[in-house]
Design a protein around this ligand. Structure first.
Ligand SMILES: Nc1ncnc2c1ncn2[C@@H]1O[C@H](COP(=O)(O)OP(=O)(O)O)[C@@H](O)[C@H]1O
Ligand SMILES: [Mg+2]
Length: 239
């Protein structure tokens, strides 16, 4: 479970990017963050992950206040997986080596067992296990990035634009991969997406952000049906 309470954060001392952000994600929910470029979506994920520490307000993960715990400790001790917006696989490394990077802190036998599990969940990984990640398509690389974050069996997963740059068909494969791990491992997912309508289809709820705070929230199906919401926030008509 993720609880963000009145968080204020920014990159420089004089400018707040998050200006009193409050939201929550329940266990095993998929929640999407929407909103225009620059409104603070990636900044929120970075603040939850601990790349940025809040100036005030609190970040609570699985019931523990972890507001001031930096990223390297959070990933290791707070059951958190993070897939950033760009540069999220090592092209020169094989699929196996990329997964091993994700399993860095695990005992070798456990790391191998987890790789086997993830290759069952996502067969493409097993198929190309010893090939360099550079040989994968865009969608396959996204699935590898997801699997790498899943190596230590996180309870919480943060995904920053997992479908960026993908064709509609491949986008569905990546979204299916997200739904699959939520269903099988009950992982709690908070993701940022530009493909609003497609993301809402796999989400339980969504938050629309504006200028560093929540402008609107609701169940995904209700937001999709609301014509005014579609016009104002979701880039027009459903198709
Ligand atoms: N590393 C950084 N240093 C300073 N400002 C940044 C940095 N990253 C993002 N920003 C600024 O923070 C604001 C929010 O950015 P971001 O959270 O990346 O937006 P979004 O992901 O919603 O498009 C923008 O004004 C952006 O210019
Ligand atoms: Mg962003």
């Amino acid at each position: 479970m993720i609880e963000i309470d009145n968080v204020v954060a920014g990159y420089t001392a004089d400018i707040d990017i998050l200006r009193g952000m409050t939201l929550a994600v329940q266990p095993a929910e998929i929640v999407t963050l929407l909103g225009p470029n620059g409104c603070g979506k990636s900044t929120l994920l970075k603040t939850i992950a601990g790349y940025l520490l809040p100036r005030s307000g609190s970040v609570t993960l699985q019931g523990k206040n972890v507001s001031q715990i930096p990223v390297h400790q959070k990933i290791r001790h707070c059951s958190l997986g993070f897939v950033p917006q760009t540069e999220n696989v090592f092209s020169a490394l094989t699929i196996r080596e990329n997964l091993q990077v994700g399993g860095h802190y695990m005992a070798p036998a456990d790391c191998r067992a987890r790789m086997d599990e993830l290759c069952v969940l996502y067969p493409i990984l097993g198929k190309k296990f010893n090939a360099p990640a550079a040989s994968m398509s865009g969608g396959e690389r996204q699935i590898l990035a997801l699997a790498r974050a899943l190596m230590p069996r996180p309870e919480i997963l943060l995904l920053d634009e997992p479908s960026a740059g993908l064709s509609p068909k491949v986008l569905h494969e990546v979204f299916d991969a997200i739904v699959q791990v939520r269903n099988q491992e009950r992982v709690t997912v908070l993701m940022v997406e530009q493909n609003a309508m497609e993301a809402l289809r796999i989400s339980d709820r969504a938050y629309v952000l504006s200028m560093g705070a929540v402008a609107l929230t609701g169940r995904a199906d209700a937001l999709m049906r609301d014509e005014q919401v579609r016009e104002l926030y979701l880039g027009g008509r459903a198709h």
